[in-house]
Design a protein around this ligand. Structure first.
Ligand code: PLP
Length: 488
């Protein structure tokens, strides 16, 4: 039994056929909706109530070869060998739908031909030469990041701003991961804080910084900013932090969206505030626009640097370049960190910084051996060019609408398990569960039915598929979720 749902996202005519707007331009490796009417089921699918795969148990019977790897991950008992698009296969030939995209990384899916071409061509020319020398690709990717931000909005630029040549107003530092990008951002904010404090207090600059009190950093409950010491210090989760204490001193943890607390939380002693516009690992919790406006205002009042961590929610995951691109400029940050999808799985991270803050950084104040390599940046340039294609953003919007509609049906069919509202936007979505044990069970049940999903925070299942995921994959993922929820 199916019910038809008409959407208002349809417009273009291709080869004489009405197609969704997303199909009006071709995006490789994505299967697009082929009708202007979506058909939704009227009852949960019974197709995946039983598991598709059984896995060997861990321990002596495991088929996974024992290896001298630090056991910091509890992995399922199979070994992945290859992937294509949204699918991956294990060494025993089992096929899985990767609806986690390598934790929001493989935006263009696995083994993307365009990415492979750039990777092979660049690798055969030069992979790495160090930051002691210029390379051809770091400046090009930095310029593209700045121009795209100017055009599509972010870091003080309203959407539709005319981009300038050479691009100006923002500067980029490349790292190799998200946690490193956040480390760099916190360092920049600390240095800015010391300069602002020294100006305000009209005292001689104390090189050791011992007199400076503007060193406090504000972060928020359920945040995740990474595993290195600085980033971990602002990742307010006792499970991650406790074994490694003492961490950075002077970190103060606030509550996301708590308007009343802002004045006491962000003070003259604050040098940095770091926040995810949509918390990913913490449970898919969006920051409210009005709260971000007030946070920005409070940062300006006390001279604190506002950092948005868009490592998971940025680079088109919400449908726009940055999660904050469409927000009023009064809610924009001074700095932004990115990583995950920028090179579709090749390691890269970056900090995008407004000039006013960037001016504090001079030769020798920060650095990296690998960051900004010609290989990482050539791939990043290709990926950003593809993701910023209007056909891609249109596709993300269309497929997200369809996925959210199907997920919303789950909340109606399984009210005993699920919260009534689907969390998140674009393709960073979460289902909140009433029982905090359920998300891990659902992720396990989905894997046995051939679909990878993730948990998030204490109570959510997180869906962060590739951004070019097709309707067929969305249907498979949600059918499997229905089977898993039925058998919970
Ligand atoms: C919002 C956010 N910040 C930082 C990180 C850390 O990134 P990485 O694992 O690349 O160090 C993550 C990783 O999940 C993240 O989601």
């Amino acid at each position: 039994m199916h019910q038809r749902v008409t959407t208002n996202l349809i417009s273009a005519t291709v080869c004489g056929r009405q197609v969704p707007r997303s199909m009006s331009r071709r995006i490789p490796h994505a299967r697009f909706l082929s009708t202007n009417q979506w058909t939704h089921p009227t009852a949960p699918s019974a197709k995946y109530v039983e598991p598709t795969y059984t896995f060997a148990s861990a321990g002596d019977k495991s088929k996974v070869p024992k290896a001298p790897l630090l056991p910091v991950y509890a992995r399922p008992e199979f070994v992945l060998s290859h992937g294509k698009g949204s699918y991956v296969w294990d060494t025993e030939g089992r096929k899985f739908l990767d609806f986690s995209a390598g934790i929001a990384v493989n935006a263009l899916g696995h083994a993307d031909e365009g990415v492979l071409k750039v990777l092979n061509e660049q690798a055969s020319k030069i992979i790495h030469a160090s930051n002691v020398y210029h390379n051809e690709w770091a400046p090009q990717l930095a310029s593209l990041l700045v121009q795209t931000t100017q055009r599509e909005g972010g870091l003080g630029f309203a959407t539709g701003h005319q981009s300038t040549t050479p691009p100006s107003g923002l500067q980029v530092f490349f790292s190799n991961s998200g946690t490193e990008a956040n480390e760099g951002a916190l360092k920049i904010a600390r240095k800015v804080g010391k300069e602002r404090w020294s100006l305000k207090n009209k005292k001689a600059w104390d090189a050791a910084g011992s007199e400076c009190t503007k060193t406090k950093i504000v972060c928020f409950e359920n945040a995740f900013h990474g595993r290195s010491m600085g980033a971990l210090s602002v990742t307010s989760n006792p499970k991650y932090q406790a074994p490694f204490a003492p961490l950075l001193p002077g970190v103060i943890v606030g509550k996301l969206n708590d308007m009343q607390a802002l004045e006491g939380l962000v003070t003259e002693d604050t040098c940095a505030v770091i926040v995810e516009p949509i918390q990913g690992e913490g449970g898919i919790h969006p920051a409210q626009t009005e709260w971000l406006v007030q946070l920005r205002k409070r940062c300006d009042q006390v001279g604190a640097v506002l950092i948005f961590d868009e490592i998971q929610c940025g680079l088109y995951r919400t449908g726009s370049l940055w999660a904050h691109s469409s927000l009023p400029v009064e809610a924009h940050p001074d700095m932004l960190t990115m990583a995950k999808p920028l090179a579709n799985g090749y390691p890269i991270g970056a900090i995008l910084v407004r000039d006013a803050v960037a001016s504090t950084m001079t030769p020798g104040t920060h650095g990296t051996t690998f960051g900004g390599s010609p290989l990482a940046c050539a791939i990043g340039h290709h990926v950003l060019t593809r993701l910023s294609d209007p056909a891609m953003t249109s596709h993300i919007s269309t497929i997200s609408t369809y996925l959210v509609q199907r997920l919303q049906l789950l909340t109606e069919w399984f009210p005993q398990h699920l919260e009534p509202t689907v969390r998140g936007r674009g393709l960073i979505l979460g289902l909140g569960f009433k029982d905090t044990e359920a998300p891990a069970k659902i992720v396990g049940l989905a894997r046995e039915r051939g679909v990878f999903m993730l948990t998030a925070g204490k109570d959510a299942v997180r869906l962060v598929p590739s951004l070019n995921v097709g309707k067929e994959e969305v249907d498979l993922a949600v059918d499997v979720l229905e089977g898993a929820l039925t058998s919970l």
